[in-house]
Ligand binder design. Structure first.
Ligand code: CU
Length: 127
């Protein structure tokens, strides 16, 4: 016979697993990890890891592109959303005035997922 504490423990374990599964089931991947200095299009694919499928219809709620990886977090370039080229790909226009590593921080709401999905991608920007 199962003790009450065993059952409570199992319920808690399942609850924690469900919470961890949530947003961590999703990942943002760069369409191209390298960009050219100047006018640039930053495109990311949102992937549901367990199925390997691209996720269309996510709502991007926050973006930031800055040079934090080079110790220049204050050097940020605003991102302007562009029409998607294909389902599951989210594109933005920006201006990258300096070569080096730039960090994209992005947050999205995915249908059926209560947690916010966040991603961080480091791009290499070439002259
Ligand atoms: Cu810089």
């Amino acid at each position: 016979m199962l003790s009450k504490s065993t059952i409570v423990g199992a319920v808690i374990a399942v609850t924690i697993k469900a919470a961890l599964a949530g947003a961590n089931d999703y990942t943002f991947e760069p369409v191209k990890p390298e960009l050219k200095k100047g006018n640039a299009t930053v495109a990311v694919r949102l992937v549901h890891k367990p199925s390997g499928k691209s996720v269309a219809d996510a709502v991007i709620i926050q973006t930031r592109m800055d040079m934090a990886p080079e110790g220049m977090a204050q050097m940020a370039s605003p991102l302007t959303p562009q029409p998607g080229t294909e389902p599951g790909v989210y594109s933005f226009k920006t201006e990258l005035p300096m070569e080096g590593r730039w960090l994209l921080s992005i947050a999205a709401k995915v249908q059926g997922e209560p947690e916010t999905v966040v991603g961080k991608i480091t791009y290499k920007v070439n002259d």
